[in-house]
Design a protein. Structure first.
Length: 134
């Protein structure tokens, strides 16, 4: 496996575990699992880590050439986390769950907690990818 891709995989998994712990504390894993027809926290974790790994690899393709230092990793990781906060819990997940796009609810407490988790995920991912670029 290409070293840069490995950075995306490792960064996605590590960032996903940290973000997943925050979601677990908030009781969100059953809702994640609902996207695949389950309410099991285990199913939520599995789906979340698959998504985290795929988004980690995608980060490398989109921003990998721009990330060579920790500062770059933080910068692009924050941007990427923000993008996925909009795409994931405000657009894709609610549409899958039949709730429609939730942009109008973006600044409620659960969504702001989700924003924080996505930003933490992005920073961890970006910094790990920067380490693998060297």
């Amino acid at each position: 496996m290409d070293t840069k891709i490995k950075g995306g995989v490792v960064g996605g998994i590590v960032g996903g575990v940290v973000f997943g712990m925050l979601m677990q504390i908030m009781g969100m894993m059953p809702m994640i699992a609902m996207m695949v027809g389950s309410e099991s926290a285990l199913a939520g974790w599995i789906l979340h880590l698959i998504i985290s790994t795929v988004t980690g690899i995608l980060f490398v393709y989109l921003f990998g050439s721009k990330v060579s230092t920790n500062a770059d990793g933080v910068r692009y990781g924050l941007i990427y986390g923000l993008i996925w906060w909009v795409l994931g819990p405000l657009v894709i997940m609610p549409v899958i769950l039949g709730m429609g796009i939730q942009i109008q609810n973006a600044f409620g407490q659960p969504q702001l907690m989700s924003l924080m988790g996505h930003l933490v995920f992005g920073v961890i991912l970006g910094v790990i990818v920067a380490k693998y670029q060297k």
